[in-house]
Ligand binder design. Structure first.
Ligand code: CS2
Ligand code: MG
Length: 408
């Protein structure tokens, strides 16, 4: 069974997505997610101009060899564009293999290790009152673990804090702004460091000691600041503190790790096992945050998680709305199969996205399940998708209040 046709579909049903569709000589269709938020066209070109011509005529069943062919064969390795493109091919081939076998992909990865994958939702509010409202909405929706982000006094807007919604309304936001150039936000780490422990103290007082709480610091802290924040959060027993320092410096985590027992998660901007080598062998983190979409696909993420398992490190795959439902499904098949699963992020896609991408995964009592459909279990409505044309959108840029460009 050969790969016969390669389509790269760039559309915007609810937000921008890049979808790879492979069709085999037997007419089996496989889907892969190739969305790289704010840099969508680069992956589209990589796939269309440099990968598609190499795929036509290849054996569709040879997933490992195709992965190595695209990774080693290209000479140029790693990086978000390359790894997202390879991931999309990998996912589509697993989708095809599952459909041919008549099995959901998780069965091909070793079968089920748990009843469902614990998912965390995103609660946020510009004030404590709005945050509590958002948390109650999430609890009502069935979430059993919640990420908490808030406004910071003195700062106009903070990334990851959605527009406050009245109780009962759907909480939804698209972090990428549809503007010609990125929106710029102002930041002061001191304001944040002085504020954050009080937020979690108030949350624990309101919601009790048991609810798993997560928090994302978005690469904004120095190792010392991260250690200080981690220590100040210890009494509030976080499930994890995410991306406390810029992720590319693995050694920075040594100091943070030595100073605090708050569990650490890192990696949504990392895309290969080599980015984790020090983090894993020195046990500097507790959770791997990469997505299947940006981490080279199911094949690569399974190997990364098997390496992490040796050191007792668990998965916490990135699952924001800029991972398409295809990427989300791939993450769920892997999450159900892995022994060292920890948690998975789940920012529900909006209705428009879910009309175009028809999914078979379910969310019940706080647990996600990939479903039993053969393959990844996602169908793409090309005609409907074509009615939502791509429009450039950017993530915001973060500057200190004096104008210096800052990490985020
Ligand atoms: C965030 C994301 O989900 C998360 O933890 O960090 O909002 C992230 O910034 C975006 O997915 C980037 O595209
Ligand atoms: Mg994050």
């Amino acid at each position: 069974m050969k790969i016969e046709k390669v389509d790269v579909l760039v559309t915007s049903p609810g937000r921008n997505f890049v979808t790879l569709r492979l069709t085999t000589t037997d007419g089996v269709v496989g889907l892969g997610d190739a969305t790289l938020n704010g840099r969508e066209r680069s992956v589209e070109s990589y796939l269309r101009d440099h990968v598609a011509p190499l795929l036509v005529g290849r054996e569709a069943h040879d997933i490992e060899d195709t992965w190595q062919y695209l990774y080693r064969g290209a000479y140029w390795r790693r990086g978000p564009v390359t790894m997202t493109a390879i991931a999309a091919v990998d996912m589509a081939l697993w989708d095809i293999k599952g459909k041919v076998a008549g099995l959901p992909v998780y069965q091909l990865l070793g079968g089920r290790s748990r009843r469902g994958a614990l998912a965390y939702g995103h609660a946020s509010g510009s004030t404590l009152e709005a945050l509590f409202d958002s948390m109650r909405n999430h609890l009502d929706e069935g979430f059993r673990a919640i990420r908490v982000q808030t406004g910071v006094p003195g700062l106009k807007k903070v990334y990851g804090v959605g527009t406050d919604q009245a109780r009962g309304q759907k909480y939804d936001y698209e972090p990428a702004g549809r503007t010609a150039v990125p929106v710029e936000e102002g930041w002061d780490t001191g304001f944040y460091v002085r504020h954050i422990a009080g937020v979690f103290e108030a949350v624990r007082a309101e919601f009790g000691p048991e609810l798993p709480l997560l928090h994302d610091a978005h690469h904004r802290l120095t190792p010392n600041q991260a250690a200080q924040v981690g220590r100040s959060l210890e009494p509030h027993d976080l499930f994890w503190l995410e991306d406390c320092t810029p992720a590319e410096n693995q050694e920075a985590l040594r100091r943070v790790r030595a100073m605090t027992t708050t569990p650490l998660a890192i990696g949504e901007v990392l895309n290969s096992v080599y980015d984790y080598q020090t983090l894993i062998t020195e046990q500097l983190i507790d959770y791997v945050r990469s997505s299947v979409t940006h981490g080279g696909g199911i094949t690569a993420m399974k190997k990364l998680m098997d390496f992490a398992a040796v050191y007792g490190i668990k998965s916490g795959f990135h699952g924001p709305t800029d991972i398409s439902p295809v990427g989300m499904a791939a993450a769920l098949h892997l999450s159900i199969a892995l022994h060292n699963f920890g948690i998975v992020e789940y920012m529900k896609h909006n209705d428009t996205t879910l009309e175009v991408f028809r999914t078979s995964y379910t969310f019940t009592d706080g647990l996600l399940d990939p479903g039993e459909n053969p393959g990844l279990g996602v169908e793409y409505d090309e005609d409907l998708a074509a009615t939502f044309p791509y429009a450039p959108a950017y993530l915001p840029v973060n500057r200190l209040l004096d104008g210096t460009l800052h990490d985020w």
